[in-house]
Design a protein around this ligand. Structure first.
Ligand SMILES: NC(=O)c1ccc[n+]([C@@H]2O[C@H](COP(=O)([O-])OP(=O)(O)OC[C@H]3O[C@@H](n4cnc5c(N)ncnc54)[C@H](OP(=O)(O)O)[C@@H]3O)[C@@H](O)[C@H]2O)c1
Length: 246
């Protein structure tokens, strides 16, 4: 269903009566959000509000996938859940609004903040790099000054399942251990895939003049909280290898 249709969303949740709603839908085109701000607010902020309203009606738990982009990237050490968000772009602003709506409407919610998700079937850049590299003589321009922690979708799902079983509620960072720039991520993909002729061209984010949205340059998330609850995420390189070999 279209999550911007308030009545339909609330009715669907009411009729279906789920124990838990895991809300992953979003307008994720970060540059596109700058161009179509209204859509970004309708999908990411208000769509999330409607799902929260539906969950509130039937008293079910809501799990929301937020983002590391809620931070401005000015910190020099990994972001904690308690650090103050300061979104740099419309996508992040609207995702953060989604967080606020949920926390005002519901008592039983989990706001998950992952970063740079990769995995099977993913449409985002991190998930598509392996395919792009397999094209003969491929040249991929990739930033070396945007650093965060990649998150393997399968590990993310395991961590969410763990939190549900633990009855955890609140805000939690979930990403793989370690950090890297996009360029370093690309180099590892190349190494693990053993592709010889793909060329990675490292650039600065400012070289992409067509990019409309500012991005945080350092949005590594601390997973201390998740670990204190008893769940340790694998290192990103191990998970990347697992995915590429699967
Ligand atoms: N990818 C990342 O690196 C990353 C990092 C941090 C957080 N996140 C968050 O994680 C979640 C999943 O990200 P992703 O990369 O898997 O995103 P994605 O591939 O763009 O998938 C988003 C999904 O939302 C659906 N959607 C968009 N507008 C909708 C609407 N009005 N009603 C119903 N469904 C709608 C899309 O449906 P269509 O296929 O029909 O368009 C698509 O299936 C998002 O909430 C995102 O903000 C992602």
């Amino acid at each position: 269903m279209d999550i911007t249709d308030r009545e339909k969303v609330i009715k669907t949740v009411r009729d279906f009566k789920p124990a838990i709603v895991i809300h992953c839908a979003a307008f994720t085109d970060v540059d596109g959000c700058e161009v179509d701000k209204e859509k970004a607010y309708r999908v990411n902020a208000f769509g999330t509000q409607y799902i929260a309203e539906g969950c509130s009606d039937i008293n079910c738990t809501m799990i929301y996938l937020s983002t590391d982009f809620v931070f401005d990237g000015k910190k020099k050490t990994p972001y904690l859940e308690t650090d103050l968000p300061n979104p740099l772009n419309v996508y992040a602003e609207t995702k953060l609004l989604g967080e606020y709506y949920i926390s005002h409407i519901l008592r039983r919610f989990v706001i998950v903040r992952p970063s740079r998700i990769f995995g099977r079937g993913g449409r985002n850049f991190a998930s598509r790099i392996p395919e792009l590299m397999k094209h003969k003589g491929s040249k991929i321009t990739i930033t070396r000054d945007i650093v965060n922690s990649p998150t393997y979708a399968s590990d993310l799902a395991d961590a969410i399942r763990f939190l549900v079983q633990k009855d955890f509620y609140g805000i939690v960072n979930i990403c793989n251990r370690g950090e890297c720039s996009w360029y370093e991520y690309g180099l590892k993909v190349k190494e693990f895939l053993k592709v010889k002729d793909a060329e990675l061209i490292p650039v600065s984010f400012s070289d992409f003049e067509s990019r409309k949205a500012e991005r945080p340059h350092y949005s590594v998330l601390s997973t201390q909280l998740l670990e204190s609850l008893g769940f340790t995420m694998p290192d990103w390189q191990d998970s990347l290898r697992t995915w590429l070999e699967s």
